[in-house]
Design a protein around this ligand. Structure first.
Ligand code: FAD
Length: 424
């Protein structure tokens, strides 16, 4: 290893940016850190729906340029497209992407952090390009915004839900539950906030919307206690609900057809796809059977100890939710900090403790807050609704933008502290 170890962080959105900056804090100045991403800004995905309802183009408001934050921590940035990883030679192939036609280059590492998220497999859903809508990036968010605000939507039925998620398996992974949808907080959140948007404009309300899931129950990772409150509430409010669809077969002009043979009529089809691993991560010796990166609960690969993964790219991140990635980032940075020097060698580093912390918008400045570890066998289960969760969701974005992803260690716990105890 070089006198100054080189830590290469692939991906610089939520998981990568926070991890890189925490590594600098915990490992000190003696390491060289490089981040690589195909784009030089962070896409603040969780707030896309709010921008859409308010008729703001999310491409304008939710792209956070991050190079100034990396500069602050003396972290190099390469705007490149990762092409492949060779864990034997400890090198990564990439193409600079600012202009097309660049030649492939190679970069070496002593430690590798994979924070590349996933491929969202819309291209596997027949008819999505022509008939589908979604909120998973700012392009698609703006497409929904234009559709709704230019009067294209005529007040017909809307379906909101997920395709089947193929979770990765490996006997080297810690024991975690299996999900059949990658992340169902967004469909639930959008159902609430969209109904309020429709009501305000006299276009209908919950009765326009049917939520669907490939699983036995929607948002199963929220745990039984929360679902026992949420599902009857959906029913009373007038939402339609269809479970066990087994996945999406195709979208067509007037509806959606599911793998279980059923179909629903729909003017608008709001879809969350299968979260798939990137092709170049599949069949690597560090990957599970689907291409997600195998780690232990300290985010380290068991066979290649210089390889770490964090965020949606890590196999153990289920559901694919940013708050888990954030917790993983801190664990990982402490582990590296201790190994390379800089972080107290006597400090015990706790492994990742799974919990779901989620603040969703319900429209009209109200929101919901979920804090639960029931799905992983714990006994925390808190669901609250009111103005406070909305305030916390907006506050989280402000804190994120101000700190450049380096939320202070009290940031998430403070939100939990407020929301667990106080509700307006
Ligand atoms: C509508 C919606 C709402 C959500 N709301 C919440 C919420 O309220 N709370 C929450 O915790 N989570 C929420 N999530 C989930 C959250 O957005 C993700 O879990 C989070 O973005 C994952 O972060 P990540 O950094 O691991 O991956 P990503 O955000 O996907 O980032 C991956 C990065 O890698 C880069 N990259 C990918 N491939 C390459 C390549 N080949 N070469 C170079 N760079 C590459 C990308 O450009 C990107 O910057 C929501 C998701 C959606 C879709």
């Amino acid at each position: 290893m070089a006198a100054q170890p080189h830590i290469l962080v692939l991906g610089c959105n939520f998981a990568g940016l926070t991890t890189a900056r925490y590594i600098r804090e915990y490992a000190g100045d003696e390491v060289k850190i490089t981040c690589m991403d195909r784009k030089p800004y962070l896409a603040f995905i969780p707030n896309i729906p709010i921008e859409v309802w308010n008729n703001n183009n999310p491409e304008r408001s939710l792209h956070l340029p991050f190079i100034k934050f990396l500069d602050r921590d003396n972290i190099d940035f390469i705007q490149g497209e990762v092409q492949g990883i060779d864990v034997e030679t400890k090198s990564v192939d990439f193409k600079p992407v600012e202009r097309s036609g660049s030649a492939t280059e190679e970069i070496d590492y002593d430690y590798l952090v994979i924070a590349l998220g996933n491929k969202l497999a819309f291209d596997d859903i027949e008819g999505f390009g022509k008939y589908g809508h979604t909120f998973t990036d700012t392009y698609y968010g703006d497409k929904v915004r234009r559709y709704l605000h230019d009067g294209s939507y005529k007040g017909g039925p809307i379906v909101i839900g997920s395709d089947y998620f193929q979770q990765g398996k490996s006997d080297k992974l810690p024991d975690i539950p299996t999900a059949e949808a990658a992340c169902e907080g967004p469909p639930v959140e959008i159902s609430f906030s969209m109904a309020e948007w429709l009501q305000k404009r006299g276009l209908g309300g919950p009765e326009n919307i049917t939520l669907f899931t490939p699983a036995e129950v929607i948002a199963e990772d929220a745990g039984e206690q929360i679902l026992d409150q949420l599902l009857p509430m959906f029913d009373e409010m007038g939402y339609g609900y269809q479970a066990n669809t087994k996945g999406i077969k195709r979208l067509y002009e007037d509806g959606i057809e599911f793998e279980d043979g059923s179909s629903l009529e729909a003017e608008m089809k709001i879809i969350f796809p299968n979260w798939e691993a990137h092709d170049f991560l599949k069949k690597l010796p560090i990957s599970d059977d689907q291409g997600f990166i195998i780690t232990d609960l300290h985010m380290r690969n068991p066979d290649y100890p210089e390889v770490f993964a964090v965020g949606d790219a890590a196999s153990i991140t289920v559901p694919k939710i940013g708050s888990l990635g954030h917790m993983e980032a801190e664990v990982l940075a402490k582990v590296l900090g201790q190994e390379i020097g800089g972080y107290d060698p006597d400090e015990k580093i706790d492994p990742l403790e799974f919990e779901l912390v989620c603040m969703g918008d319900m429209g009209d400045h109200k929101g919901f807050y979920m804090h639960t570890d029931e799905w992983w066998g714990g006994d925390t289960s808190i669901l609250k609704m009111g103005y406070t969760p909305h305030m916390l969701k907006m506050g989280f974005k402000s804190m994120y933008y101000t700190t450049g992803g380096k939320i202070p260690s009290w940031g998430l716990p403070m939100s939990e502290f407020i929301a667990d105890r106080t509700m307006i």
